[in-house]
Design a protein around this ligand. Structure first.
Ligand SMILES: NC(=O)c1ccc[n+]([C@@H]2O[C@H](COP(=O)([O-])OP(=O)(O)OC[C@H]3O[C@@H](n4cnc5c(N)ncnc54)[C@H](OP(=O)(O)O)[C@@H]3O)[C@@H](O)[C@H]2O)c1
Length: 250
């Protein structure tokens, strides 16, 4: 178990990283907890009970230098399963600095018996998997849309929280709003929009699963983009498992 004076650095940007801060504040109140964010979000959620640092470290060597200089005792990589670069850096930096590391990896979604998934390994193959003239719902995030500009035969729908600025580089119907956590609400939206395919990444977790459940209800094919390889062990698939690896009883 971390001694009271120890410092735990959490690489975050996920709901689970924020929840881990709260769990650690309860379990080891005297430990110093630092949450690191990449700085991609203008107004990130800032959980109470920790220090927050924002911005990259300058690669694995930069992160290793931070670990040494700040006297970090445990590094918990709780980043998104598709954020492969920072997870790779975390593993290397921990080895360079001789710091104990745990990677939290949220379990992926499993295909259910009545799911119609087209499994692909990247955005390019997701784009190529769509039939001519399809109307896909691209549940991908703005920074992952560029490959679809090469398919002018598609009539895609993109959901965004704010209007795109600058405008998208290709024609798409834009639905403004956040995803619903209710499968029936998501199904009603997909039906109303006349969507023929859902395109998404296998992010796992409950927060964004409703669209996948909605596609199942409607019998829509889902072009499911597989995750990059998981970071090296030790891996934890739940926050309880992270606490157990830290030596803290859940
Ligand atoms: N990828 C996604 O779909 C996704 C979804 C939801 C949330 N997020 C969160 O958004 C952040 C960025 O994701 P990404 O896919 O752009 O990452 P990435 O490609 O794996 O990382 C790119 C660079 O961003 C910096 N970085 C990433 N996460 C950081 C963190 N927590 N603290 C400090 N620096 C960080 C690092 O810069 P240096 O090399 O300079 O250290 C890293 O090399 C992650 O924290 C992730 O948890 C990502």
């Amino acid at each position: 178990m971390p001694a009271p004076a120890e410092m735990i650095l959490i690489l975050g940007g996920t709901a689970e990283a924020n929840a881990l801060v709260s769990r650690l504040c309860e379990s080891v109140p005297a430990a110093r907890i630092v949450l690191s964010l990449a700085g991609r979000t203008a107004k990130p959620v800032k959980p109470a009970g920790c220090d927050i640092r924002i911005g990259g470290f300058g690669g694995a060597e930069g992160l290793a230098a931070f670990l040494r200089e700040a006297g970090v005792s445990w590094l918990v990589d709780a980043t998104h399963p598709f954020a492969a670069g920072i997870s790779r850096n975390a593993a290397r930096a921990a080895a360079l600095a001789g710091v104990r590391r745990i990677a939290f990896v949220r379990p992926a979604w499993d295909k259910q018996a009545d799911d119609n998934w087209i499994d692909v390994d990247c955005l390019g193959t997701a784009r190529d998997a769509l039939p001519v003239g399809a109307r896909p719902f691209l549940a991908l995030g703005r920074q992952h849309l560029a490959p679809f500009a090469h398919r002018p035969d598609l009539t895609p729908v993109v959901r965004m929280i704010d209007p795109p600025e600058p405008p998208l580089a290709f024609a798409a119907e834009i639905v403004l709003g956040r995803p619903s956590s209710d499968a029936e609400t998501e199904a009603a939206l997909l039906r109303w929009l006349g969507v023929t395919h859902l395109v998404c990444r296998n992010s796992g977790g409950a927060t964004s699963y409703a669209k996948v459940a909605a596609a199942r209800r409607l019998g829509l094919p889902v072009v499911m983009i597989a995750r990059p390889p998981a970071p090296p062990p030790p891996l934890a698939g739940s926050l309880d498992a992270v606490l157990a690896l830290l030596g803290i009883a859940a």
